[in-house]
Ligand binder design. Structure first.
Ligand SMILES: Nc1ncnc2c1ncn2[C@@H]1O[C@H](COP(=O)(O)OP(=O)(O)OP(=O)(O)O)[C@@H](O)[C@H]1O
Length: 340
């Protein structure tokens, strides 16, 4: 497999009114060719800063990055024509129509006008392309942004929150589009908070928390790593059931309307232990971890009853870092991202 994006030991500190704020603290990301790679993290964990840094929009304080084999940011210009990116909400001239906007971009990139019609059709704006952008809804602006990123038929597509403002049909279309692009060999790096979407469309995932990678790998393997063999069990007399199951060596947690039984290797063990004492199981459902539960657990962002969670409350991962951090210097940048 060829690495399309390599980030090692990325560091970035902003100077803010509250003092220095380390946003990326030795972050690593590896995206291989052909992957649809989900990039997840709580609000403020550093996703957009990572993508902006990768694209040369923010200067890193340390670390090593390559895009399509070219060292970033220094050699980014040599590969940028092969990269399509939407990072944050792109700004377009409100008085231009969607079609005119794309034609200008196509002309600047030496692309034929026919390509504009193809991408307008692809993102569902074919019939609204002659309206001014300022009259577009949020979701239509997002579709226009995707169209602009697709114009040059990129080998690598970087999408920061592409589902922002999209209606349910639009989200599904975005998912189908990512799948179709992947089938055509395009590598996609996508950040999103819609974890069910990510789980459906991505084959690989990296989760960031407070500027450090907390997990990375194939989605299936990440989820399997959190499968604790738990089952939801509904049964009459939950107290007696708990005693019996615990006596059989199983881990039992009582909830308001069910028991969660862990350490189960063979589900029939549960029904047998209870049935032998005339307790009949009404439900026995495997609790398969999903990306949302894994995300909440790894980032420490499970909602707490009656305690509003603050954005910087997420978990700071174990500081045991893989080797490979290379200092580029220790510059600190201000709120505008300009080197100080
Ligand atoms: N130019 C800047 N100056 C100062 N702080 C900044 C700047 N840009 C980002 N930050 C801070 O960096 C942290 C990470 O922001 P970033 O936008 O990368 O998070 P994110 O993971 O994309 O979050 P979200 O999911 O909310 O979009 C935040 O605490 C943010 O306030």
């Amino acid at each position: 497999m060829t690495a399309v994006i390599e980030i090692e030991g990325l560091r970035k500190t902003f100077r803010t009114r509250r003092g220095r704020h380390t946003v990326l603290d030795g972050f690593d990301l590896h995206v291989e060719a052909g992957q649809v790679h989900g990039f997840l993290g709580p609000n403020g964990s550093g996703k957009t800063t990572t993508l902006r840094t990768l694209l040369g929009l923010v200067q890193a304080d340390g670390g090593r990055m390559t895009v399509l084999g070219a060292a970033a940011p220094d050699h980014l210009p040599s590969v940028i024509d092969r990269v399509g990116a939407i990072v944050e909400s792109p700004q377009f001239f409100g008085n231009f129509t969607g079609r005119r906007t794309l034609r200008l971009l196509a002309t600047a990139g030496g692309l034929p006008p026919a390509r504009v019609e193809e991408v307008l059709d692809q993102v569902g704006l074919r019939d609204r392309g002659d309206e001014r952008v300022k009259a577009y809804s949020l979701g239509m602006k997002q579709r226009l942004a995707v169209a602009s990123a697709l114009l040059k038929r990129p080998e690598l597509l970087i999408l920061d929150e592409p589902a922002n403002g999209l209606d349910p049909a639009g989200i599904r279309e975005m998912r189908d589009m990512m799948r179709a692009l992947a089938a055509d060999g395009v590598t996609v790096l996508v950040s999103s908070h819609i974890l069910a979407e990510i789980e459906q469309v991505c084959d690989h995932v990296t989760i960031i928390s407070r500027g450090r990678r907390v997990v990375a790998g194939p989605v299936d393997e990440v989820l399997d790593g959190f499968d604790r063999g738990e089952f939801r069990v509904r049964v009459d007399e939950p107290d007696r059931a708990t005693e019996l199951l615990q006596a059989a060596g199983l881990l039992v947690t009582q909830h308001a309307d069910c028991l969660v039984v862990g350490g189960v290797t063979e589900p029939t063990d549960v029904s047998r232990v209870l049935g032998e004492q005339q307790l009949w199981v009404r439900e026995l459902t495997p609790l398969v971890p999903d990306l949302e539960s894994v995300f909440l657990q790894l980032t420490g962002t499970e909602p707490r009853p009656e305690i509003p969670r603050q954005v910087d409350d997420s978990v700071l991962p174990d500081p045991g870092r893989p080797p490979g951090q290379i200092d580029l210097g220790t510059t600190t940048t201000d709120d505008e991202g300009v080197s100080a």
